[in-house]
Design a protein around this ligand. Structure first.
Ligand code: ADP
Length: 169
C-alpha cells in the first residue's frame, strides 16, 4: 500500500521525484503556489510551459523541474469553485487522477500535491481534501507511486488533511 502523509511548508523545496503545481489554464504562471514554483524553478520553466499551449481544467501536463530538487513538475488545472454544481468535484478528482497517470508514465514513485483549488480558486478545504485522499488511495498503487505527500502551506489545511487521512498519518 502506498504511504499517504501530510507535510508542512513550501512544496518547491520538497525532496520528491515530482511535485504538482496548482496552475491556471494558460500555464504561464500566476500567484500562490504557482508563483512560488516558478520563482524556485527559474525562468526556463515558463519557456517549457509556453510550449505546452495551455491545459484544460481537470487535466495536467508535465515539465522538468529545472532548479527544483524535484525532477518533474506536473501542472494541474483545478476548477474554480462556483457553488459545487458545475462539476467541480469531478474536475478536481480528474486533476489528481491525471497527475497519478503522469507519475506512472514517468516512472515516478514519490510525489507531492498542494491543496489544488483551495486558495485563489476558492474550493472548500474539507471536500477538496476528501477528493485528494480518495483518488490517491484508489490509484497510487496501480500507478506505481509508493509515497504521496500532501503539502500544506498552513496549519488549518494540515489539520484538515490529518483528519481526512485518519489516525497514524
Ligand atoms: P488555486 O488557484 O488552485 O486555488 P493557490 O496557489 O491559490 O491555487 O492555492 C492552493 C493551495 O496552495 C492553498 O492551500 C495555498 O495556501 C497553498 N500554497 C501556496 N503557496 C504554497 C507553497 N509554496 N507550497 C505549498 N502550498 C502552497
Amino acid at each position: 500500500m502506498a504511504e499517504l502523509k501530510v507535510v508542512r511548508g513550501d512544496i518547491a523545496r520538497l525532496q520528491v521525484e515530482a511535485i504538482v503545481n496548482a496552475a491556471n489554464s494558460s500555464l504561464l504562471g500566476g500567484g500562490g503556489v504557482d508563483g512560488a514554483i516558478h520563482r524556485a524553478a527559474g525562468t526556463e520553466l515558463v519557456e517549457a510551459c509556453r510550449k505546452l499551449h495551455g491545459c484544460k481544467t481537470g487535466d495536467a501536463k508535465a515539465t522538468p523541474g529545472f532548479r527544483l530538487p524535484a525532477r518533474w513538475i506536473f501542472h494541474a488545472v483545478g476548477p474554480v469553485w462556483n457553488g459545487g454544481e458545475r462539476e467541480e468535484p469531478e474536475k478536481l478528482a480528474s486533476c489528481y487522477r491525471r497527475c497519478l497517470e503522469l507519475a506512472r508514465e514517468k516512472g515516478v514513485k514519490t510525489m507531492a500535491f498542494p491543496a489544488v483549488s483551495t486558495g485563489i480558486y476558492g474550493y472548500p478545504k474539507e471536500p477538496a481534501a476528501e477528493i485528494a485522499v480518495r483518488v490517491c488511495r484508489d490509484l497510487a498503487d496501480e500507478c506505481g507511486v509508493e509515497r504521496v505527500e500532501f503539502c500544506c502551506f498552513d496549519e488549518a489545511t494540515a489539520a484538515v488533511y490529518e483528519r481526512v487521512l485518519g489516525p497514524g498519518s
